[in-house]
Design a protein around this ligand. Sequence first.
Ligand SMILES: [Zn+2]
Ligand SMILES: [Zn+2]
Length: 124
Amino acid sequence: MPASDAGLWPGRGVRAPLVPIAQTADAGRVLELRPHCECCGRGLPPESEDAFICTFECTWCGDCARDRLHGVCPNCGGNLEPRPIRPAHLLTSNPASTIRVVNPNCLTEHPLGDSVGGTTTADQ
Ligand SMILES: [Zn+2]
Ligand SMILES: [Zn+2]
């Protein structure tokens, strides 16, 4: 006897309809895909596999994300994750951002090699 599926799977049947990508783009809800690392200024094209973002889309190159920032966004304190790559055929209708965002203090506040604070300038 067919018991009620709804009881077993309460989420079934109430799934929201898929929204066409064009609509989300008009609403401005796609990733910005910023063009540069905010720290060192390295170019990060949309197809780059070495771009990292935080939840606010602060954007960093792989070297900075790993070696300077150690996976933590210096702007908001959030974690950094690899930026998803937008399929090329969607870049025409949903182009990447061209606005350059820079954190001018990043390079000085997060120098390379400040890993454990063991190497200081003074060498006795
Ligand atoms: Zn960088
Ligand atoms: Zn951030």
